[in-house]
Design a protein around this ligand. Sequence first.
Ligand code: CA
Length: 219
Amino acid sequence: MNRILIAEDELRIASFLEKGLRGNGFVTTVVEDGIAAFDYAVSGEYDLLILDIGLPLRDGFTVLRRLREARTTIPVIILTARDSVADTVAGLEGGADDYIAKPFAFEELLARVRLRLRADRVPEVTVLRVGDLSLDLRARRVHVGDRAVDLSTREFALAEVFCRHPDQVLTREQLLSHVWGFDFDPGSNIVDVYVRYLRRKIGNERIQTVRGTGYRLRA
Ligand code: CA
């Protein structure tokens, strides 16, 4: 089981990450400042560090530099504000493996986490199949039976969430946080709109509406 250290002082984001990662089978620890981030990361007990740049006591760049000075090889994914991506890319020379700009969708972060951890893991399933629907995660290709279906990035992400949880009722909130991230207005009807797009492409009857709750992909 993979242990992930989350260094993030914004509690809303920390708990969003923690909930999502735990839901995907990871063990997580949250620290809220740069000194704790360093101490925990250097312990060798974690497989990956998600590191916010704007941390109290010591910023993410400093934490990262000190970790590399201490010859700690833990993979690091940096969280940065969208308007400071340029600075962050410059900061990657300090030895980080990747970065992701806030706000981000959970699926995007999860994909990066899996990628960083893949080196020492058994190969993962890359094609998801539910009935005659198949999603090739690596090639980003979708088929219904023999017919190739063209999905947009969001539609694909939505289809992936459904295929990972066949026959389960997924609430609008779950779909929203997995596909669109935490910065989306929970009152938005974007989930319904995209479910409609997806039904048009993969077949109406495949995704059931569960009244008052959400949606379910029929297995
Ligand atoms: Ca912060």
